[in-house]
Design a protein around this ligand. Structure first.
Ligand code: EPU
Length: 422
């Protein structure tokens, strides 16, 4: 298993480019199942979760070609659904595999998807996806750890009100509803930029959708979708991780190829903490060098446009450097504090109390051996290590490879002392 060895204390400088969004690319790949024509996706990040999704789509019947010279351009052709199934072996490594559920039922009238099981950050069931499909007329049954969804005569438009906001649930139902007969309205829909991007791709494929980006999405079903070409939006979580990398090391850094408006909640929170981030143009943010100390600033994770749970771990690493006490409240997942224990091994003073973490700084972290437990937890450990005194060895960095492409070479290009040991 690969490890990162990081020597802390090096300031960062220069420019770092943002990749395409993993969480937007995943539903986009699944959406390609909705047509028998060619779908071309650009700016697909070459991370492990994407490779897992591509493997799943090939098993289902997609023909996928990736040009070696521009691997971020993926061409998909699904002439026929050969096997409408997402097996346990893939779903257990990537829960977003359940994103094929909606498209498969809509196109093939049937899907068999393994139930995800436990997860490092919380229970994460898919009951809202299933209830949504049931409203659209699918028959749902469960056997041997698998969910079977069947709609042999096609899906029928319906009003769906999610009990709570779900990102992939909204995407899954959106992808099912575009081929359902009649009108579907999704209420309490997720407003995340990744949902909006999914709707944009579907519209290019011929779907009739309005209201994406608001909490009510209206879909008028069509009988067939066609091929399309679509560029995936920038990964706001990756950009946010790099912004916090600059903030934690007190560096000046430019983040290019991002959408500044998608990072408003983070930028506002950092301003409270004494870090200035300014938009240089439509696609570039600059983190300014910090001269004073970091201030503690309480933070609560929320659905978009609130502060994203996917940046909570990284923000916690930052708050260990702030002068004083900050309270971090996680409202999306019930168990997303695994990084706290590891940060404590590096000298952080954190008390966990249910959904809250009370961080008392400033901690003057020192390098230590730590273990990555999930994708964003690993990112927070990398950030802490960039600032800590001495050497940090992070084990199980395969977690970080799920969502950040070659993070070590991109960080070393801007001055970090980080290397991968195989
Ligand atoms: N929930 C249910 N039932 C459902 C669906 C969700 O109870 O059927 C609960 C979840 O357990 C959670 C909450 O509702 O407590 C919200 O979960 P949501 O469905 O929004 O999460 P997700 O769609 O499974 C996506 C991202 C996550 C990100 C969350 C929240 C993808 C592929 N994944 O997950 O990204 O944390 O939204 O923004 O889009 C990551 O990239 O590291 C990551 C975990």
């Amino acid at each position: 298993m690969d490890k990162f060895v990081i020597e802390g204390g090096a300031p960062l400088h220069g420019t770092i480019a943002t990749s395409g969004s993993k969480n937007s690319a995943l539903p986009a790949l699944a959406a390609a199942l909705l047509t028998d024509e060619e779908v071309v996706l650009e700016r697909i990040p070459r991370v492990r979760d994407i490779r897992t999704m591509e493997r799943l789509l090939v098993d289902i019947g997609s023909d996928i070609s990736i040009d070696e010279k521009s691997p971020e351009r993926v061409v998909l052709n699904t002439k026929k659904i050969v096997s409408p199934e997402a097996p346990y072996e893939l779903v257990k490594t990537m829960r977003a595999s359940s994103l094929v559920l909606g498209p498969l039922v809509a196109r093939a009238g049937r899907a068999r998807v393994s139930l995800p099981g436990g997860c490092a950050i919380g229970a994460r069931p898919i009951n809202f996806h299933l209830a949504g499909l049931e409203h659209l007329g699918a028959k749902i049954s469960q056997e041997h750890g698998y969910i079977e969804a069947a709609a042999p005569n096609g899906l029928k438009g319906a009003k769906i009100v999610f009990d709570r906001i779900t990102v992939t649930g909204t995407e899954d139902i959106l992808m099912a509803a575009v081929l359902a007969e009649g009108e579907t309205v999704i209420e309490n829909a997720a407003r995340e930029p990744e949902v909006v991007d999914t709707a944009h791709l579907l519209r290019k494929m011929g779907a009739i959708i309005e209201g994406e980006g608001t909490s009510a999405i209206r879909i008028e079903g069509v009988s067939k979708l066609h091929g399309a070409t679509h560029e995936i939006i920038a990964d706001r979580i990756e950009a946010g991780t790099f912004i916090i990398a600059a903030a934690i090391t007190g560096s000046e850094l430019c983040i290019t190829g991002c959408v500044p408006g998608h990072l408003d909640a983070l930028v506002a929170k950092l301003a409270e903490a004494g870090v200035t981030v300014t938009a240089v143009d439509d696609t570039t943010l600059r983190v300014q060098k910090r001269h004073g100390p970091l201030h503690p600033a309480d933070m609560i994770t929320e659905e978009y446009p609130g502060f994203p749970t996917d940046l909570q771990a990284q923000y916690m690493a930052l708050m260990t450097e702030a002068d004083g006490i900050s309270i971090i409240t996680e409202t999306i997942f019930e168990n997303r504090f695994m990084h706290a224990q590891e940060l404590m091994r590096m000298g952080a003073n954190i008390r966990l109390d249910g959904r809250q973490a009370i961080v008392a700084g400033r901690s003057h972290l020192t390098g230590a051996g730590v273990i990555a437990s999930d994708l964003r937890a690993s990112a927070s450990l990398v950030l802490a290590a960039l600032m800590a005194k001495g050497e940090t060895v992070i084990d199980r960095v395969y977690h970080i490879d799920r969502g950040y492409e070659k993070i070590e070479s991109r960080l070393s290009a801007v001055g970090a002392r980080i290397k991968r040991i195989e």
